[in-house]
Ligand binder design. Structure first.
Ligand code: DSN
Length: 433
């Protein structure tokens, strides 16, 4: 029977009809998002623009296949090609990060971190991690997260004046609380972390050390950021930020015994069957990151982040820590008396998308905040270099000035013209959705 023949239970076009024709309502939403991505400058630090090849792998027939377990040790048949795809992803992750263990199954960075907790800890054990308002991550022990509910979490912050980690304070907390796990890394800390110092502190109390490099994994892979793997027991990362791949997590390390525990913690510990199309797409981005041009991209990301930070500071906008070693630029709007919420809304109307973010010592609630987190990974993929990011920094400062001076509307119009013109000079996908 030809695939398009209608039956009572398989409608005509099931195997052949496009989304546009089959589901116009959803298609309209996707088309709207395509246009938004084309026409807005993306500054959300956890976003990027994946390659067409990654999109193909994510939308491939691998979505149909169910497997549990690991390559060569599956609980389901018909897994030869699934094994091939996952083995490719594992091998590429190990080569890219120069390590001997990789798990490519975590559905997200949070799932990767949860698996590390399951592998290393018992409920009630003490964890020392960076506080969320200082730039830590929800999955490192924040109150509403499972990590915060089931473990005894002690937090370190940053120095409120410098915005930097106070390593002596971390060491003191470790001595006092004797954590079983110490976590470094987060979602809004813009500076390079002294991984050797974290190792030393962890060793001083016999703790495991986890480095969560989600926000700068691409820079580590590209050789422009210190490498945590010689120091940490376990490293977690995501593939969708500056590794510029699809959504998902990774766990990396060099200890095979720990690797066995981590594998069991991912499956069957916190996840069931593998999202194989995502694993296939992870293989694509990891393969792309192994190409020489990725090192150029990583260098450009760092140069762009520093160009953006420099322009903002020249225009009187306060940048937390006075710069960045990552794709993140964190700005503090308290000197202007503005909130993160009103400023991010104003920027969006001017074609600049970013997120409100707490800054060190912030007294505003998380839904308001006093800062903005800006990221350059997506813009750099689009082709923006330092000149474009200096222009973007100027436009952000224009909007901030407009909010202070009460003439933001007029400024939004002119910045919107500029952001549109820049986006048109750097088009993205040549595809429908
Ligand atoms: N952890 C969130 C962020 O940093 O934006 C999503 O990746």
């Amino acid at each position: 029977m030809p695939p398009d023949t209608d039956t009572a239970f398989v409608p005509a076009g099931y195997f052949s009809q496009s989304l546009k024709n089959r589901d116009p309502e959803l298609y309209a939403a996707l088309k709207g998002e395509r246009d938004r991505q084309n026409e807005q400058i993306e500054l959300i630090a956890s976003e990027n623009l994946v390659s067409r090849a990654s999109l193909e792998a994510l939308g491939s027939i691998m979505v149909n296949k169910t497997v549990e377990g690991y390559p060569g040790r599956r609980y389901y048949g018909g897994a030869d090609y699934a094994d091939e795809a996952e083995a490719l992803a594992i091998d590429r992750a190990k080569r890219l990060f120069g390590c001997t263990y990789a798990n490519v199954q975590p559905h997200s960075g949070s799932q990767a971190n949860l698996a590390v907790f399951l592998a290393l800890l018992q409920p009630g054990d003490t964890v020392l991690s960076m506080a969320l308002p200082s730039g830590g991550h929800l999955s490192h022990g924040a109150g509403p997260n499972i990590s915060g509910k089931w473990f005894n979490v002690v937090s370190y912050g940053v120095d409120e004046t410098t915005g930097l980690i106070d390593y002596d304070a971390v060491a003191d907390l470790a001595r006092t609380h004797r954590p079983k796990l110490i976590i470094c890394g987060g979602s809004a800390y813009p500076r390079a972390i002294d991984f050797a110092r974290f190792r030393e502190i962890s060793d001083s109390v016999g703790a495991f050390m986890l480095a969560d490099i989600a926000h700068f994994a691409g820079l580590v892979a590209g050789g422009v950021h210190p490498d945590p793997l010689p120091h940490a027991d376990v490293v977690t990362a995501t593939t969708y930020k500056n590794l510029r791949g699809v959504r998902g997590g990774l766990i990396l390390g060099n200890d095979q015994d720990l690797g066995k525990k981590l594998n069991s913690a991912v499956f069957p510990g916190v996840q069931g069957s593998v999202i194989l199309n995502a694993v296939a797409a992870k293989a694509v981005c990891l393969g792309e990151a192994l190409q020489p041009d990725f090192r150029v991209y990583a260098r450009q990301v760092l140069e762009n982040a520093r160009a953006l930070a420099g322009t903002l500071m020249d225009r009187g906008v306060s940048v937390v820590t006075g710069g960045t070693d990552t794709p993140i630029v964190l700005i503090d709007l308290r000197p202007q008396g503005l909130t993160g919420a009103e400023t991010s809304d104003a920027l969006e109307l001017a074609g600049l998308t970013c997120n409100k973010n707490a800054v060190p010592g912030d007294t505003q609630p998380p839904t308001v905040t006093s800062g903005l987190r800006l990221g350059v990974s997506a813009g750099t993929t689009r082709g923006f270099a330092a000149d474009e990011f200096r222009a973007i920094g100027g436009w952000i400062a224009d909007i901030v000035d407009g909010l202070v001076q009460g003439d933001v509307s007029a400024r939004q119009h002119s910045v919107r013209d500029n952001t549109r013109a820049l986006c048109r000079r750097f088009p993205i996908y040549d595809r429908d959705i």
